[in-house]
Write a protein that binds this ligand. Structure first.
Ligand SMILES: [Zn+2]
Length: 230
């Protein structure tokens, strides 16, 4: 939610070890409808949401940020806590450039196999870190692998987050080749699509190359990119 209590603005010199604020306290509890994952946006407009998972990764995230800047695109980055804590400078840079910082758990486990306490730890620890690092409480959560569980949905709602899935998955993580990634995205995108890409979790140079190809094609065909508000 954008209506959370004001948090201190991130400053470039803020040390990651700054005192931890209180646990995120959402201004409103998400409604029942909000606890179901969002797969697509309103198809009434020619919009696409670009989501970028598993970072930050110093090998790829800076290039992705430069590309998004070049095309004037705002995206949503689903960050893994244990990567974010190693690269807090990148986390701050993503946020400073106007992208959404979102929660993708601390260690990227299969949440369906974890106890409620462990699920809460995965989500809360990550939200706390992202809040501490950027001054903003994440308002979106994505289960690793899209493997949702009722426990994960309930805990994420309690932490003030809505669950975001996707509608276009080029399976870029499997490195099928830049051409294949590009073709799958251009074939499957339609108004309201939520596209899944990865900038972490391994060598993502194919994904970066695909972004260079497909972003201008979508823009030329009249699509606008949006980072959906929480
Ligand atoms: Zn992931």
């Amino acid at each position: 939610p954008t209506a959370v209590a004001p948090a201190p603005s991130p400053s470039p010199s803020a040390a990651p070890s700054a005192p931890a604020p209180a646990a995120p306290s959402p201004a409103r509890a998400p409604t029942g409808g909000e606890s179901r994952p969002v797969y697509e946006l309103d198809a009434g407009q020619r919009v696409v949401a670009l989501t970028i998972d598993d970072g930050p990764d110093p090998r790829h995230t800076p290039t992705v940020l430069a590309l998004l800047e070049q095309y004037g695109i705002r995206a949503t980055f689903f960050l893994i806590g244990e990567n974010a804590t190693e690269h807090t400078g990148l986390v701050r840079e993503i946020a400073a450039r106007g992208h959404h910082i979102a929660n993708h758990t601390w260690t990227h486990p299969d949440l369906r196999s974890l106890s409620e306490g462990k699920v809460r730890d995965e989500l809360e620890r990550t939200s706390d870190l992202l809040h501490r690092t950027t001054g903003k409480v994440p308002s979106w959560f994505r289960a690793p692998g899209g493997d949702w569980s009722s426990t994960a949905l309930r805990v994420s709602a309690e932490l003030g987050m809505r669950p975001m899935a996707w509608s276009v998955d080029p399976r870029d993580w499997a490195r099928p080749g830049t051409g294949v990634i590009t073709d799958r995205i251009l074939r499957d995108v339609r108004p309201g699509a939520i596209v899944l890409n990865h900038d972490g979790g391994g060598d993502r140079s194919q994904t970066v190359a695909a972004l260079k190809t497909y972003l201008p094609v979508l823009i030329d065909s009249g699509y606008h990119f949006t980072a959906p508000p929480g």
